[in-house]
Ligand binder design. Structure first.
Ligand SMILES: [Zn+2]
Length: 160
């Protein structure tokens, strides 16, 4: 499993790519697909639990602890996100078919990359994302809840 897939699906893999790579580039109009869950207040939550408050995300940051996979010790890490040798930033796949089926009440999102972006084999990790369309994986999702999502995120929202 790639590091990108691990991050999008909310799973950390044990070994990360240690090779030095070129600096992240600023992406324009780069589309990708991510999975979210909905919390009790109908806010989108990313695979790592981060809350998406509106159409545009906040800036991704890596500011906290991480695990050194060699020694399994926790260490403090702070650097601009996204970074190579790390899993930070907003991760998305180029194709929705790379994702697993969203969970009950899960949300598949089409997003655009913003800011510094790292290109990976199957997708990318970006400093920011902007939502462009949402699909809710629930056949009996209430219309009123769909309306809340449309108003909050200012994008088309459909049932998957
Ligand atoms: Zn990081």
């Amino acid at each position: 499993m790639s590091a990108l897939r691990a991050q999008v699906l909310g799973i950390y893999e044990e070994k990360l790519n240690p090779e030095p790579k070129e600096e992240p580039k600023t992406a324009v109009g780069l589309t990708g697909y991510r999975l979210y869950t909905l919390d009790n207040e109908l806010y989108l939550r990313g695979a790592q639990g981060s809350k998406q408050k509106g159409r545009e995300s906040a800036q991704a940051q890596h500011n906290g602890d991480d695990v050194d996979y060699v020694t399994m010790e926790r260490r403090s890490i702070k650097h601009p996100a996204p970074a190579w040798e790390c899993l930070c930033g907003f991760a998305a796949f180029f194709w929705p078919t790379s994702l697993t089926q969203p969970k009950w009440n899960g949300v598949l999102a089409e997003v655009q990359a913003g800011g510094r972006t790292i290109y990976c084999e199957e997708g990318w990790r970006a400093e920011r994302i902007v939502l462009s369309k949402l699909w809710v994986s629930c056949p009996i999702f209430p219309d009123a809840a769909l309306e809340i999502l449309r108003e909050r995120y200012e994008v088309p929202v459909e049932l998957l």
